[in-house]
Write a protein that binds this ligand. Structure first.
Ligand SMILES: [Fe+2]
Length: 375
């Protein structure tokens, strides 16, 4: 169960010592998830199996179908230190006509670029079995401090302002690091990762600090999430395996020069921000068959409240404390972050752009461009 860290300042340890302790931590991680609560839905929340990406429509639909004022007061998990799991409920016959295996839209499965072999492969993998999972004790207080401080050092070096990619979700911009994609283009390294507007030697200093932060994401967060995903949703890993292979080959030179940009195999991009995405939205850039991971980090002396993950279609909000993570199908579930009071909270959203995944899995964009936009 959870550790009482509130009254005890975290001991300072070097990243190498923390890495040495990882094997022991990994072994404990499954034990820490032992206390589980399942939240069963009576039917699949299928409002958005057709419409996507238009956030105004998402908000109108949710407001028309759910009593938001009441649901915001409903806390779903019984307590803060329980693994909380929402299994995917069975689809109705009508919904089955819209999506195939692994929540893949029928329209995408029927595109010319989608071969019978690819169809069989998606059928075999099946879908991620949980719409949402909240995992506890993913990061210790010391690990959160390391990540938080590394990010603060990056900000203190005066990097370029973040490229604004999420105006319809939040009033505050997030940095987007590592790999992104566009429907018409190959995957690319984000501008926030390259900092090309800065002059040398300032740029080199900023990139050193950024890579230090990203290296901590790779060494502390990725292995923990991998263990959990392997246990709860191996379909996610199976889906990402061929994507990872192609991305590794495409960016071999860049990864050699900057290994910190190689976040795989669970995800290829990380968005970082202090605030929350407070407007109800769908993550249109995510891939519907995969989980997106939201990892909350608390600074050593952070004092904050709120920031719960609110998902009206699930019937309420899910508190997420420092060191915990939400894994959710955020292209299917409408959601937002509730207001945060206080300082010292950082949110990392880890995902892969849907165009990157679709291109790696199903072929060139020319053959499936329209289908992916429909999502
Ligand atoms: Fe989101």
């Amino acid at each position: 169960m959870g550790r009482n860290t509130k009254n005890r300042p975290p001991r300072k340890r070097s990243p190498s010592k923390i890495a040495a302790n990882q094997a022991a931590r990994d072994a404990q991680l499954e034990k820490r998830q032992a206390s589980k609560q399942y939240h069963l839905l009576s039917c699949f929340p299928g409002e958005f199996l057709r419409c996507k990406n238009n956030q105004a429509e998402v908000q109108t639909t949710i407001a028309a179908n759910y009593n938001l004022a009441r649901l915001r007061r409903v806390v779903l998990p019984k307590d803060d230190n329980t693994t909380f799991l929402v299994p995917v409920p069975p689809l109705t016959d009508k919904q089955k006509k819209l999506v195939g295996p692994a929540m893949m839209p029928r329209i995408l499965l029927s595109r010319p670029g989608f071969t019978p072999q690819a169809n069989a492969w998606v059928e075999e993998i099946g879908q991620v079995p949980f719409l949402l999972a909240r995992f506890v004790d993913v990061l210790t207080a010391e690990e959160q401090s390391l990540l938080y401080e590394a990010y603060q050092e990056f900000l203190a070096a005066n990097p370029s302002r973040p490229e604004d990619r999420g105006k319809n979700r939040s009033d505050t911009a997030a940095y987007h690091f590592c790999l992104w994609a566009h429907y018409k283009l190959a995957a690319f390294i984000t501008r926030d990762s390259l900092q090309l507007k800065l002059k040398e030697p300032h740029r080199a200093q900023v990139l050193t600090l950024l890579d230090k932060f990203l290296s901590l994401v790779i060494s502390l967060i990725v292995p923990r999430l991998s263990l959990l995903v392997n246990h709860y949703a191996p379909q996610h890993i199976a889906f990402m395996a061929p994507v990872y292979e192609k991305i590794e080959a495409q960016f071999a030179a860049e990864f050699l020069e900057r290994p910190a940009l190689k976040l795989g195999p669970l995800f290829f991009a990380v968005a970082v921000k202090h605030g929350s995405s407070q407007y109800i939205h769908l993550d249109g850039n995510d891939f519907q068959a995969l989980w997106t991971f939201i990892v909350v980090i608390s600074s050593k002396d952070g004092k904050w409240m709120g920031g719960d993950f609110f998902a009206p279609q699930l019937g309420g909000r899910i508190p997420v404390r420092g060191g915990q993570a939400i894994a959710a199908q955020t292209k299917i579930l409408a959601h937002c972050g509730m207001e945060v009071h206080g300082e010292g909270r950082l949110v990392l959203t880890c995902f892969s752009h849907n165009a990157m995944v679709a291109k790696a899995l199903f072929g060139p964009p020319k053959e499936r461009r329209k289908a992916v936009v429909v999502g």
